[in-house]
Every structure is written in C-alpha cells, then in structure tokens.
Design a protein around this ligand. Structure first.
Ligand code: ZN
Length: 157
C-alpha cells in the first residue's frame, strides 16, 4: 500500500508528528515541483557522502539497471559496517528491504531510476533505517538517517 503525499502541508505535518517507523511516500505528480523546492530548502545529511563510481556500479548491477539510469548523484549517510568495515550504501538499504520482503528488487529499480515518479522518505521516531551489511550480514549499529538519489528519492532528516 503506497501512501501518496498531495501537498507540502501534508509533508510538514509528518515532520512535526513523525511516523513510528521511517517510511517512504510517493509524491503526487501534480505537486512535485513545490515539494522538491521545499525539501531542498530543508537540507539534511550533514554526515552524508556521495557514493563512488564502484558503489554506483554495484547498486546498478544489483538492481539490473544501467549506471546511466540513475538521474543524478547518489548520496548516503557515511557509516561503515562494524563487522567487516564495508562502507554502507544505498545497495545495503535496497538489499535489506528485498531480503526482508518489504519490497521487490523491481520496485526499488523503478523508484531509484525515476521510472516510478518522485518519492520522499520521512525519518521516523526510529531515527532512520537500520540495514544489514550486504557483505557480512551484520545489522548496522547506527541507522542510516539520510540518502538521496536525486531527483528521485530523498530520505530526509
Ligand atoms: Zn559487514
């Protein structure tokens, strides 16, 4: 069940009274421009970094898309796995969701390439998303509280 945000007011209300769990919402196509403008004026991710080309390629391979299919740079909270030291990326977020049955690989591919429109992730009271390391399987000690796949999906502190 996909929740659709139809106005900036709805997003603001969610930020004032956050959901228990971090959640991704689809943005109504009619309000994408104002929504993106609002999101950009409230930057998050002080601890974020840009994924490097090898990481983007790894994600593209996992989602079975081309690197060029991503419409912009990919950023993610800069944390490393406490088990094996892997720097976590959007791949770890995507794979954790797929492995836990939250969404299909096809849906993740459609969302992250922009084929499925614009989305925003609202950080919940849980502080973000704990993810399982794609290399060793260990769950992250701290949550990923920001990621962006411009202009497709924003997770937003
Ligand atoms: Zn690991």
């Amino acid at each position: 069940m996909v929740a659709v945000l139809q106005s900036v007011d709805e997003l603001e209300a969610l930020l004032k009274d956050r959901p228990d769990q971090s959640r991704t919402y689809k943005i109504d196509p009619g309000v994408v421009d104002e929504m993106i403008e609002f999101i950009r004026s409230h930057p998050s991710g002080a601890n974020s970094r840009t994924m490097d080309p090898a990481e983007v390629e790894e994600l593209a391979r996992y989602l079975d898309v081309a690197v060029e299919d991503f419409p912009g740079r990919l950023t993610v909270t800069d944390i490393a796995c406490s088990g094996c030291g892997r720097r976590l990326t959007i791949l770890d977020i995507a794979k954790t969701g797929v492995d836990n049955g939250l969404h299909s690989r096809e849906l993740m591919a459609a969302v992250l390439t922009g084929r499925a429109g614009q989305w925003v992730t609202v950080r919940g009271k849980d502080g973000g998303r704990f993810v399982d390391c794609a290399a060793c399987g260990l769950e992250s000690v701290t949550p990923i509280d920001d990621y962006a796949c411009s202009p497709v999906a924003y997770a937003w502190a």
